[in-house]
Write a protein that binds this ligand. Structure first.
Ligand SMILES: Cc1ncc(COP(=O)(O)O)c(C=O)c1O
Length: 366
């Protein structure tokens, strides 16, 4: 569930009175807020998936190129690679924190490799500094899939404030939501300028052009573009979300720490080594020792508790696995043990206690 309130409604009412809903002033305000927060250039787009696609396209990655990516991710990461015409090369994860396995990355670099996409699973960036060094040595781009990681820290640095290219998602269930939305931060100014054009049909529009209509439809177009810009409606929600983000952050971190406390007595589960002072948990993920996640998910439903798991490995999806027979041991051994429990700011301590006790009953019964 998103953390929405009257503030978003009041601002949307105001926007509706102004009447300009497209790519305009609110998008620019949202971009400036995030850019200031990350201390880096930032461009807002329509989704995390379009952010990944536009970043890959801006790096000139396309047919014949390979992109190394961890298989334990949402299919969006793979779809973005396929959409530019490149080949995703599936990579394993570290079994402890589910971040990309650097030894496997190294093994998979070929002359066709153009980029590496680590996925900051639940906001944890793993050994990002080492990955950036490895990429630098091999002259590769690093496009971070930070869909889970807005506001999270690694080695005391905010994700998206350093590195090559960072892609965020602000979709309906992310810690900071725009309703739908995404964004790219980068130290590569040319890349950001390119995406400011490609996100909107190859047309570069400043907010003033839009409001005055001065550029209207007489633009000269020299770049292929898509219709992947953020609009004022989504940016308005994002601006209000950003204002309350420190409250959202504290609540999510507190809930995750409570889960850790309540669940620590269950011997049939393994708590993951996430630092809940550094990450802002998008999910609350744990590992089941002996149970299969789909069984536990089904049984939690009897307690009226919705749960899920993240993710079914992408390299096993029919879209990816055809004509290939890849084996990624850590991914394959772990995915059916992962369990995601409810995590949103409308929960309180009594919910966490109830969910934990219900899980304990299920695990202890067997
Ligand atoms: C790891 C990961 N990558 C990419 C995306 C895509 O983001 P969006 O839903 O905003 O397109 C998501 C969305 O949940 C995600 O979890």
């Amino acid at each position: 569930m998103p953390s929405l309130g009257e503030e978003e409604i009041t601002s949307l009412n105001h926007l509706f009175k102004i009447g300009y809903l497209g790519l305009g002033e609110q998008v620019e305000i949202f971009e400036n807020l995030i850019s200031e927060y990350l201390n880096r250039d930032f461009v807002a787009v329509s989704s995390g998936t379009s952010a990944l696609f536009l970043a890959l396209e801006a790096c000139g990655i396309g047919e014949g190129d390979e992109v190394i990516v961890q298989s334990l991710t949402y299919i969006a990461t793979y779809q973005a690679i396929l959409a530019v015409g490149a080949t995703p090369i599936s990579c394993d994860v570290n079994p402890t924190d589910l971040s990309i396995d650097l030894i496997d990355v190294q093994k998979k670099i070929t002359t066709k490799t153009k980029a590496i996409i680590p996925v900051h699973y639940n906001g944890n960036a793993g050994k990002l500094d080492e990955l950036l060094q490895l990429a630098d040595k091999n002259n590769l781009r690093v496009i971070e899939d930070a869909a889970h990681a807005f506001g999270c820290k690694t080695n005391n640095k905010i994700i998206g404030s350093f590195g090559d290219i960072t892609c965020f998602s602000f979709d309906p269930v992310k810690s900071l939501t725009c309703g739908e939305g995404g964004g790219i931060s980068s130290s590569d100014k040319k890349l950001i300028e390119h995406v400011k054009t490609t996100r909107f049909l190859g047309i570069f529009r400043s907010k003033d052009d839009n409001i005055s209509g001065s550029k209207s439809y007489n633009d000269e177009i020299s770049t292929q573009g898509w219709r992947y810009h953020m609009n004022n409606i989504h940016a308005t929600i994002g601006i209000e979300q950003f204002k309350k983000f420190s409250t959202i952050k504290e609540k999510r971190q507190k809930l995750a720490k409570l889960y850790n406390e309540f669940l620590s007595c269950i011997s049939g589960i393994e708590l993951l080594p996430f630092d809940y002072n550094a990450i802002i948990p998008y999910l609350f993920v744990l590992k089941l020792k002996n149970h299969k996640n789909t069984d536990v998910i089904r049984r939690l439903k009897d307690f009226n508790i919705g749960s899920s798991y993240h993710y079914y490995p992408c390299h096993l999806q029919p879209l990816i696995s055809k004509n290939k027979n890849e084996y990624l041991p850590n991914t394959e051994k772990n995915y059916s043990k992962l369990l995601s429990l409810p995590m949103h700011t409308n929960l309180d301590e009594s919910h966490i206690e109830h969910i934990s006790n219900s899980l304990k009953k299920i695990i202890d019964e067997d």
